[in-house]
Design a protein around this ligand. Structure first.
Ligand code: ZN
Length: 275
């Protein structure tokens, strides 16, 4: 994607200084859509519109190397796109939140930029909080236990799912590059020179992530128990465990005041990665 003067002006709002166009790299991504996800939830169209505002200026990370500061990007433009040629599972016109992000070019992220340019398919996960989860059948807030409908079941021809409504804040997004032809067995490794030390570091990283997600999703299970489970898993399985939990926790819902406080803390930590 070539950088236009318009891009530069928008990006300048975040860099607070003039950066030459050749030092800036921009790329498009899709943050989220109105499709029903595997948790039986979807964003309402209004929610997508609000998220378009909330995600402006938010930084994201590339999942395969979270520790590197050079691999963070920031969203400088968002847009709601409706695709009338496609329908979401509930019959609504397929609508998605598209964004443009920028990174500052450096020696360290050259390879990553080449991968993005090569058209490697990307998957994005977002983290945000919403004010309510409305039942698609009766309209009541499912989190408050106001309705007895069960996600995934059908009531008088109406499928029950949760409509994520009234977004309160957007925290972060992450960007996972996956091979475009995954089904064809083409596997591209992003860690070609993995050493034992790298593996230890990864294990630690995954374990921390699992403990943090579990505290949110299954708060009654002690963190020591979660840590032991993590330690008993081979690295590959631990990674899978982490990814699944992360996906489930990605739309972190402030179920209780202490969780809302935690989300705030995470947000502040994340600011350290700002570019
Ligand atoms: Zn209901």
């Amino acid at each position: 994607m070539s950088v236009t003067q318009q891009d530069i002006e928008k990006i300048r709002e975040y860099t607070r200084k003039d950066i030459p166009a050749e030092e800036i790299y921009t790329f498009p991504l899709i943050l989220c859509d109105n499709e029903i996800d595997r948790d039986g939830e979807k964003f309402s169209s209004d929610a997508l519109g609000r998220l378009a505002e909330l995600f402006l200026g938010k930084t994201g990370i590339f999942d395969h190397n979270m520790s590197s500061k050079d691999q963070t990007a920031r969203i400088y433009e968002t847009e709601i796109v409706r695709d009338p040629s496609r329908r979401a599972a509930d019959g609504e016109i397929y609508t998605y939140l598209s964004a443009k992000a920028y990174m500052l070019r450096s020696e360290k992220n050259k390879e990553l930029i080449d991968e993005i340019d090569a058209g490697i398919k990307k998957e994005t996960s977002v983290s945000c909080s919403v004010g309510s989860v409305r039942c698609s059948v009766c309209g009541k807030d499912m989190r408050k236990g106001e309705c007895s409908h069960i996600r995934g079941r059908t009531y008088a021809g109406k499928k029950c799912f949760g409509v994520l409504s009234d977004p309160l804040d957007a925290y972060e997004w992450s960007f996972v590059a996956v091979p475009a032809q995954r089904n064809a067995g083409v596997v591209k490794s992003f860690r070609p020179h993995e050493t034992a030390a790298d593996a230890d570091e990864l294990r630690e990283e995954y374990r921390e992530s699992v403990i943090s997600c579990a505290a949110r999703l299954i708060p009654s299970v002690k963190s020591e128990v979660i840590a032991q489970i993590c330690d008993s898993l081979p690295l590959k399985l631990l990674k899978e465990f982490r990814n699944s939990l992360k996906a489930d926790a990605s739309r972190s819902l402030p179920l209780a005041p202490q969780l809302a406080g935690k989300a705030q803390g995470e947000k502040q930590n994340f600011n350290e990665y700002r570019i």
